[in-house]
Design a protein around this ligand. Structure first.
Ligand SMILES: C[S@@+](CC[C@H](N)C(=O)[O-])C[C@H]1O[C@@H](n2cnc3c(N)ncnc32)[C@H](O)[C@@H]1O
Length: 224
């Protein structure tokens, strides 16, 4: 896979099959922090002592690594549980070779196709290998935060459907937050139809804002 140095000096790769990069060129590591970790308020959750995260499309694990770093920075004793959904087992070999700015990346680098569960002190990372649309249906726990990071709706439409979003919603706790880089109207409309409260997320690397969607406590449905 072709390696690309992004503008914050972190590396990403180009996926030939989807003809798309894993991260934005303005900064791969920065994107993980700005578009996923910060909108999901990982630092706030960390102060409470326990965070559970669903990382949809684990990829190179940048979003998870950025979340662990952010949580441990505010609370070194924080318990963190991450479930990552990914269908490409070849990525584990690539992950072992990448240098990233994330302190916790050494944990991500312990993953491989024969070792899909890492437990290190207070941190658990479990990868469910397979199509995320099937994997999501096997999960029977609920999460504080969801990182939704598939390739674009144009290149990977199957992971931007209302049905898939509904399955994601079923594993989110009341008050939990989903962050995604897409600002597409059809993505936001589907989330709203499912009862999420949708708002603009941060702007990074392009003109439009990303999307932050929240499950509001006590509200089954939430209008526009
Ligand atoms: C944009 S990349 C994710 C980048 C990742 N979040 C990171 O921080 O490095 C999208 C990922 O979705 C994965 N993917 C594509 N289709 C999938 C599917 N149906 N089920 C699970 N993962 C899929 C790809 O293999 C790729 O790793």
């Amino acid at each position: 896979m072709k390696q690309i140095i992004t503008k914050d000096s972190s590396v990403t790769f180009h996926n030939e099959k989807f003809d798309e990069d894993y991260h934005c060129l303005a900064g791969a590591a920065s994107e993980a922090r700005i578009k996923f970790v910060e909108p999901c308020l990982i630092n706030v959750l960390a102060k409470k002592g326990y965070i559970s995260i669903l990382d949809v499309c684990f990829g190179l694990g940048y979003n998870s690594a950025a979340a662990i770093d952010a949580a441990l920075k505010v609370n070194p004793d924080c318990k963190i549980r991450i479930i990552g959904l990914e269908n490409d087992e070849n990525l584990f070999e690539l992950i072992k070779q990448i240098k990233t700015p994330f302190k916790s990346y050494k944990l991500i680098q312990k993953l491989d196709k024969f070792n899909l569960l890492i437990i290190d002190n207070n941190i658990q990372i479990k990868i469910i290998l397979g199509d995320a649309r099937d994997s999501i249906k096997t999960i029977n726990e609920k999460f504080h935060a969801v990182f939704l990071d598939p390739f674009s709706p144009k290149k990977c439409p199957e992971l931007w459907t209302k049905e898939f979003f509904s399955d994601i919603k079923n594993v989110m706790k009341p008050g939990s937050i989903l962050a995604t880089y897409s600002c597409a109207t059809h993505v936001r409309d589907k989330l709203r139809e499912l009862g999420f409260k949708v708002k603009d997320g941060p702007i990074f690397g392009r003109k439009s804002a990303s999307t932050v969607a929240k499950i509001v406590e006590g509200h089954e449905k939430f209008g526009k």
